[in-house]
Write a protein that binds this ligand. Structure first.
Ligand code: SAH
Ligand code: SF4
Length: 398
């Protein structure tokens, strides 16, 4: 049975690996044992792929020659089921990769250097919330996509407006990290992976669960489970399953965005299926480890959800739950006229949350000039044209 750090996982329910890139060491061992090889070679092959980033078995120098040839025939010939079609680099070193799948479907993944204090800036001139006096560090967070488009239809989100084209396979999701790692600078290190790109990760549960095991496997990329974040619009049964399967170890981020059912349903149709009362109950039973908190993402939209009274209601709704709030001033999308509040409005909302005893940070806009900010992971074709349908979005204001 695969294990995830100290957490034993029962993956008998998961669909079998469909591609060599998504096989776990134990699954490689099964394949190799059937070829008459010792089982320990399974971990060897896995390490070559996931730890060392070698996809051509011909280069796996500690394997017998005949086995290398057999693995090449099996598909480990250096090719991947996805590739980087375009790379945009912003001045803050944020890199957005347009990743093209075998069938031509495009998604995006973003490499985001974490910010650190710039020692050349005086302490009194620094404003951490606004990102003033900070500089990009060598510690990188990668944001990855889990679907082509998204079925959830949130009105403020480019992926939601486009609708779902298809799920990504585990190989296509983990492949984004393998490709991203090749593009790190020598001094940079991948520390966090967030499933906050295109798509609703928990709508593609089977593949995402497999990816979580692949990313955190000690013989592979070896990320700490705490450093992998699944962001969800609130699919209650799948949040429960995630909690069960991973013992609450994976970091959970819930996209809240509104604190009344009326308002939330108007901007996030999924709320009609899983209303706030069910969502809050679900968060209460999430098996969160001690001293850890659930992240609440709250995209601030002018005149829709930015009234400081909503901050009061948020605090009341979440009373007794270990949460921290991450405020995201809405990034403009071509398909909607909705917009962020003024900076003063953002500060007012943050101050109100803090006055109610909640930790509240403002997400710094990174890579905006390359359209790589949250919700802007739009469907752009090779010619740069938006493929998303353009329509006016009805939304209850005020
Ligand atoms: N589907 C998942 C994860 C992908 S979206 C989810 O919804 O949580 C990642 C985050 O970006 C979510 O919190 C989402 O609400 C937010 N987001 C989407 N569009 C945005 C926009 N235009 N501006 C700011 N944040 C946005
Ligand atoms: Fe999907 Fe998340 Fe966008 Fe909503 S915000 S449409 S759930 S990607």
């Amino acid at each position: 049975m695969p294990t995830l750090g100290a957490v034993p996982l029962d993956f008998r329910d998961l669909a079998p690996a469909a591609h060599p890139l998504e096989r776990l060491p134990e699954e490689w061992a099964d394949v190799l044992a059937a070829w008459g090889q010792p089982r320990y070679r399974g971990a060897q092959v896995f390490r070559w792929i996931h730890q060392r980033g070698v996809f051509d078995a011909a280069e796996m120098s500690d394997l017998p020659k005949a086995l290398r040839a057999q693995l090449v025939d099996e598909g480990l010939d250096g090719s991947l089921p996805l590739g980087v079609a375009k790379e945009h680099r912003a001045s803050d070193r944020t890199r957005k990769l347009l990743v093209r799948m075998g069938d031509g479907a495009d998604v995006e993944t973003v490499l985001i250097p974490q910010l650190e204090k710039d020692p050349d800036v005086d302490e009194e001139d620094r404003d951490t919330d606004r990102g003033v006096g900070l500089r990009p560090s060598d510690t990188v967070t990668q944001c990855i996509s889990s679907q082509v488009g998204c079925a959830m239809g949130c009105v403020f989100c480019a992926s939601g407006v486009a609708g779902l084209t298809r799920h990504l396979s585990a190989a296509e999701i983990v492949g984004q990290v393998l490709l991203g790692r090749c593009r790190l600078e020598p001094s940079e290190r991948l520390r966090n992976v967030v499933l906050m790109g295109m798509g609703e990760p928990l709508h593609n549960y089977e593949s995402v669960a497999r990816v979580l095991v692949l990313l955190t496997h000690p013989d592979g990329i070896g990320l700490s489970t705490r450093r992998v974040t699944v962001s969800t619009s609130g699919l209650v049964p799948q949040i429960d399953r995630l909690g069960r399967d991973f013992g609450g170890q994976v970091q959970l981020a819930l996209s809240l965005h509104a604190v009344s059912d009326e308002r939330r349903s108007a901007i996030m149709p999924i709320n009609r299926k899983y209303p706030l009362s069910e969502l809050v109950e679900c968060l209460r039973r999430y098996p969160l480890p001690k001293r850890r908190r659930i992240t609440l993402e709250y995209t601030l939209i002018r005149d829709v959800n930015d009234d400081p009274r909503e901050a009061d209601a948020l605090a009341a709704l979440m009373r007794g739950l270990p949460v921290k709030v991450n405020l995201i001033p809405m990034n403009p999308i071509a398909e909607s006229e909705l917009a962020a509040p003024t900076w003063k409005g953002v500060e007012r909302f943050q101050a109100q949350l803090r006055a109610r005893g909640l930790t509240a940070t403002v997400r710094k806009q990174r890579g905006a000039e390359v359209d790589a900010a949250c919700g802007q992971l739009a469907l752009q074709g090779p010619d740069g044209e938006r493929r998303a349908r353009t329509r006016r979005l009805p939304v209850a204001k005020g």
